[in-house]
Design a protein around this ligand. Structure first.
Ligand code: NAP
Length: 294
């Protein structure tokens, strides 16, 4: 049997780093730890080598088309396909309470457009029954959006990429034109992140509708994880939080497709607006306050 090949984006630290370690621990033959910064990536590989693992490294900035294409060409030339793609790279709002156009654009470029770029160059390399895991968040559940028209458009079964792009454009234009309405959102904190992660799940559905050859595309909420994104606050260590994404990559039945999977491996209905699954921002704030105190 051919060796299993896995690629993890944004893996020089945090959850991506933990996922690479877990994939290595689970004996996936070829695991690519990728990072936009070469030195940070190589340092991360060195640190895993000290633990006895042997991931490979390649530079990858998910917002840079040349970088994505270069790595895809490299994978194509060196392997006969790809089995697992974990779209992990992500950014959170710089200012939790006030969204700016520049920051929102940056976040959406990494969190959403980065996944679309990865789809363009890496989906053609996926082997039959390959698996893609898009890292999302409870702040990406549809409940985060209160605007009825968008809820309806984003949750329709035959959603298309143009619907996802229109949603993002609506958000960015509303910031630019100062027409953002508080009542359109569940909470007015980390708004660009919430919009980007809602878009990530909508994109997961679009991608699942488009692929064939048995390929599965699922999205996972890892819970609140102690990483630099959360300034070290959270319910889970990186090692704990890496188990479920890798479970989806290796163990879950291949028939599970286009689903929103929770950190406890259960499925949550992303489109069910009546669910109360969103962690209140207040809880995150309390965690931050405790971390700052200690
Ligand atoms: N931590 C949580 O509680 C939590 C909860 C739910 C979901 N998530 C999601 O989990 C994923 C990982 O987050 P984390 O907590 O591990 O955050 P993190 O520690 O801040 O790591 C984020 C990673 O993404 C990389 N990245 C940023 N922009 C990139 C780009 N343009 N191209 C390639 N890589 C890029 C970063 O690289 P640099 O080091 O170069 O910046 C870093 O390696 C994200 O998608 C996040 O939204 C996290």
């Amino acid at each position: 049997m051919a060796s299993k090949i896995a690629v993890v984006t944004g893996a020089n630290k945090g959850l991506g780093f933990g996922i690479v370690r877990e994939l290595c621990k689970r004996n996936v033959e070829v695991v690519y730890l990728t990072s936009r910064d070469i030195q940070r990536g190589k340092d991360a590989v060195t640190s895993l080598e000290k633990e006895g693992y042997k991931p490979k490294f390649h530079q990858l900035d998910v917002t840079d088309e040349d970088s994505v294409k270069t790595f895809a060409d490299f994978v194509k030339a060196n392997h006969d396909g790809l089995d697992i793609l974990i779209n992990n790279a992500g950014l959170l709002d710089a200012n939790y309470y006030k969204v700016s156009y520049e920051d929102a654009k940056k976040i959406i470029d990494v969190n959403v457009h980065g996944k679309i770029l990865m789809q363009k160059y890496f989906f053609p390399l996926l082997r039959d029954n390959g698996r893609v895991i898009n890292i999302s968040s409870d702040w990406g559940h549809i409940k985060n959006i209160q605007n009825k028209d968008w809820v309806e458009r984003l949750t329709k079964k035959d959603i298309k990429l143009e619907d996802v792009c229109a949603f993002i454009d609506w958000f960015l234009n509303s910031i630019k034109n100062n027409t953002l309405k508080k009542e359109d959102f569940f909470e007015n904190t980390v708004m660009a992140y919430r919009v980007s992660k809602v878009a990530v799940f909508a994109l997961t559905r679009v991608q699942q509708n488009e692929v064939n050859r048995g390929i599965s595309i699922n999205s996972v909420n890892p819970g609140i994880v102690k990483t630099s994104m959360t300034h070290g606050t959270g319910d889970f260590t990186v090692s704990e939080a890496s188990v479920t994404p890798v479970f989806i990559a290796l163990d879950i039945d291949q028939s599970v497709k286009g689903k929103f999977i929770w950190y406890d491996k259960t499925e949550v209905d992303w489109a069910d607006h009546s669910l109360n699954v969103i962690v209140p921002f207040e809880k995150f704030e309390q965690g931050l306050a405790e971390v700052t105190k200690s």
